[in-house]
Every structure is written in C-alpha cells, then in structure tokens.
Design a protein around this ligand. Structure first.
Ligand code: UGA
Length: 482
C-alpha cells in the first residue's frame, strides 16, 4: 500500500519505519527543519532500540522516504496517517497543529484514500472530526473519504516490538459507511496477527485514554501501597507478588518508586482532570493519581535529606539516570528534573550521570546549576549520597561494593526499587527505597481494630481510605450473602 505519515516524532516515525518494513511504500512528512535531512541520512532524532536499523534498511530498499511536504505522493496515497503532537507541553491539549495539518492534507487526498488519525486526540475533537473532514472536503468539491482513528499503544524503549506485536489493534470509525477504510486497515495490520477491536471513534479514543489513565492509576496505587508497607513493615515487592497471581489484577505497572514521567501518562492524567473539571465533571480518582505521583518525588528528596543528617547543603549528591525510564533519551516530564532542581535549591551539589549523551546535555540546559559526569564512576567519585532515578541496566548490574571506595559518604536512595537493598546494606551503605523491608520484621505489632485501620489509612492515603470506608459500609451486605 502507498502510505503517507504526517509527523515524524516517536509515534509517526516508528509507524512509518515499521509499515515500510512490512513492504509498504511509505513517505514520512515532517515540518521541523533539520529533521528531514537527518532522517534521509538514516539518523533518527531520538534513541529507540532497533529503529535506526529499520530506517536505514528501508531507506536503502527505497520503501521509505522522508520529505518536508508531498504532492503526487499525497494524491496517490491509499492511506494518510496523521501522527502530530496534541499536547501543549504544559499539561493541556493543543489542536492547532492537527487542525493545520488536516486543512492542508484533507482537500488533496484522492477519493479512494482513507484518513487515519494516530495522534491521541481530545475526546471533544474526536466527536467533531468527521464533520470537520466533511466540511473541508465539501469546500474543495471533493467526495467524502473514510475517516478512522487508530490509537497507538507503543511504549518508548519497546516501540518497535509493540508496533510489530501489539496486544490489540484498535480501530475507531468516525466515517466509513461502506467499511472501505476498515478493510484497508485490517489488511494493513495483518502481519501482527493481533486481535482487532472495531469501535466507534469516540470509544476508540477513550479506550486509548482509558488505558493510559488506568496504567497511571496502577502506578500511583502501587506507590500508596508502598507507603502502607513502610507503615506496617511490609515489603511491597512481596505484597505485589502475592497479588499478581490473581488474573484480575496482574503484576505489571505495580512497581513502586518515584512515579511516572514521560510525554504520555502525566499529561494525559492532567489533561483529563483539567478538561473534565472545565466541563463541570469531578475526577477525584485521577486527581489523587496525579497528587500521589507528584508526592513521590518529594518523598525521594526527603529520604535523601533525612539520610544525609537533615541537611544537604554542600553535600555532593550523585543522581543516576535522567531519562524518564531506561532505553530512551527522552526527558519529557522526567522526575529527575524536578528532583535535581529541589536538591540544588536545598544547597546540594548535584552531579548526574545518564548513559544517554543527549539526555545529559539536555538536562543541563533545563536545570540551572546541574552538573553532569561522563561516566558512572565519575559521578560516584567523592559523592556523599547517591539517588537512583532511572533503572538503567548499567546501574542495576553495577558491583556496588566498588562504590564504597569511590564515594565519600555511604547513602543510597533507590527511587525505582531496582537495587538489592540487602547487598547494599551488607556492603556498608545506608539505604532506603519505597515500601521495601531490609531486615525481616520480627517485632510483634499491636493489634489494630478495623475502625483504627480505616482511620489511619485515611490519614495517609486518600484513595485507599475511600476503599476502606466502602469496605466498612458494605460489610453487612457481604455478611448477608456469604
Ligand atoms: C505509555 C504507555 O505505556 C503506552 O502503552 C502508550 O502507547 C504510550 O504511553 C503513549 O500514550 O504513547 P510510555 O510513556 O512510553 O508509554 O512509558 P511507560 O512504559 O508507560 O512508563 C511511563 C512511566 O511510568 C515511566 O516513568 C516508568 O518509569 C513509570 N512506571 C512504569 C512506574 O513508575 N512503575 C511501573 O510499574 C511502570
């Protein structure tokens, strides 16, 4: 098939490269100056494992091309995909980019083509999408075309794998009376052998949003559970292992730590809370998800300050990892940035190391006063304390007993529950993570009544408190039915 993909960011470039790799003839269109030249040279503008090779091979095979604008290719395309950005970088939606893209592209598409939107859209925009396209087509006296949305579920760092083997393909129909667009997309995604879920456009868009909101909520739940484990002497890793075998719960996205960052989860939570609030709908669960997530970064800083004797002024603190997760060089909404800034404001001398050169350089442009080291050893050298921010393999597999000689102090705060706390303690470090026990708890705890339990949970954790109250209120019902 002949496909044109507008927007060569993470979503658009991965889609363009992988679709070309399946044998399609693909043109990736990107307006950002400099990016097209880079791509034509086979250099990708961000780090994504495996992507460079796919781009290089498909450029060489002539199946993949890049351009700042297209004419004949657009008119001859079977499918035009839109994958431009839709958030404003400040926690809100922006639709200017996609609107100008649609005004430019839609009038020039052939009557036989299908328009597919892959960008994550504000739900209110999805509801008007079909009418908008119909108006633009009518203005240019062109017949209406099928309009579908096809949300993506790829994770940075695993995007190629996720594109090729997704758990599901979601197709949302905004306009497709004869199912021509659906037939094209079913055929396009045949190589994945994945289940295809066909929905109304609004439901497809909400299922994308819902998936990210649920993942974010899971992470904040795990973080609240970790706080309760700290309170009652539990170990969150063990607790999650005990829960994860329940097929209704599963074990993924329950890793406690400094919380979620990146360009998707944080924005989609804040944009949803904001948009719903503006429309007069309250979203207390999502507001709590956001609140817990922000709180985790403060807890991490608090741990570092406490273990440093209550004052970090003049202390050299090594932050390990800057990117919002491993296997990416993306710093968008990375917890490292706010954490580094807080520590610098408290008077610490902060030196960060990340395996990604680009991330190290970019972080110094964003956080005033942040220093970076070119290697892990140099970051650790002379440090009074270490804070692990991103669980890069290099840090997890590091022989931490060597750090004892490199460092001046012995504090390690593990923000991702990724290091072996018992080994660190045995090597002489004072360490803290989130909801993890270092020594088995032997002391008997006083018996807590259900009322005290609900009360103390309420004090520490808004969403679990709601659950505890619900459980108390429905206890009679349960008694009656069991
Ligand atoms: C997320 C979704 O996982 C994808 O399915 C979706 O397609 C994508 O957003 C998108 O909307 O485009 P991504 O932002 O790449 O993908 O990153 P995730 O793997 O979801 O991780 C997000 C953050 O959560 C990271 O900072 C990670 O460290 C954190 N996290 C993840 C936890 O703190 N605990 C966990 O258990 C899992």
């Amino acid at each position: 098939m002949r496909i044109v993909v507008y927007g060569q960011g993470y979503v658009g470039l991965v889609s363009a490269a992988c679709l070309a790799d399946w044998g399609n003839d693909v043109v990736g269109v990107e307006k950002q100056s400099g990016r097209v030249e880079m791509l034509r040279d086979g250099r990708t503008p961000f780090f994504e494992p495996g992507l460079d090779d796919i781009v290089t091979e498909n450029l060489a095979a002539g199946r993949l091309r890049f351009s700042e604008s297209v004419d004949q290719e657009l008119e001859a395309a079977d499918i035009v995909m839109i994958a431009v950005g839709t958030h404003d970088g400040h926690g809100g939606w922006q639709t200017q980019t996609i609107l100008s893209c649609l005004y430019e592209v839609v009038p020039r598409m052939s009557a036989a083509a299908t328009l597919v939107v892959r960008s994550t859209l504000p739900p209110s925009f999805v509801r008007n999408l079909s009418r908008l396209v119909a108006d633009v087509r009518a203005q240019s006296s062109s017949p209406m075309i099928p309009v579908l949305i096809n949300p993506e579920f790829t994770r940075e760092g695993r995007a190629v794998h996720d594109f090729r083997s997704p758990d599901r393909i979601v197709l949302g129909v905004a306009h497709d009376p004869f199912e021509r667009g659906l037939a094209q997309l079913r055929a396009l995604y045949e190589p994945t052998h994945s289940p295809v879920v066909e929905l109304a456009a609004i439901d497809a868009s909400l299922s994308k949003l819902g998936a990210n909101l649920f993942l974010a909520t899971k992470i904040s739940f795990a973080n609240e559970l970790a706080a309760l484990c700290d309170l009652w002497g539990g170990d969150v890793d063990e607790v999650v292992a005990g829960m994860a075998h329940d097929a209704r719960i599963g074990g993924q996205f329950l890793r406690a730590g400094i919380g979620f960052g990146g360009s998707c989860l944080p924005h989609q939570v804040s944009m949803t809370v904001q948009a719903a609030c503006e429309a007069g709908v309250e979203t207390p669960l999502l507001a709590a998800t956001e609140q817990v997530n922000r709180h985790q970064r403060d807890v991490f800083v608090k741990h570092l300050v406490e273990l440093s004797g209550g004052d970090v002024r003049g202390h050299r603190i090594a932050l390990l990892g800057l990117t919002f997760k491993p296997n990416t060089d993306d710093l968008r909404e990375a917890p490292s940035l706010t954490i580094a800034d807080s520590l610098i404001r408290l008077g610490a001398d902060v030196v960060a190391y990340d395996p990604m050169d680009r991330a190290r350089y970019a972080a110094t442009q964003i956080v005033p006063g942040l220093q970076v080291a070119p290697t892990l050893r140099e970051a650790l050298s002379g440090a009074d304390a270490v804070g692990l921010i991103t669980e890069w393999r290099e840090f997890v597999q590091f022989d931490w007993s060597q750090a004892v000689d490199l460092m001046r102090g012995s504090v390690v705060v593990d923000g991702r529950n990724a290091l072996d706390s018992r080994r660190l303690t045995a090597a002489g470090f004072t360490t803290r993570s989130f909801g993890r026990r270092i020594e088995p708890k032997t002391q008997e705890e006083p018996i807590v009544t259900p009322e005290q339990h609900a009360f103390s949970v309420g004090a520490a954790s808004p969403s679990l408190a709601a659950g505890a109250v619900y459980a108390r209120d429905t206890a009679l019902e349960w008694e009656g039915t069991e």
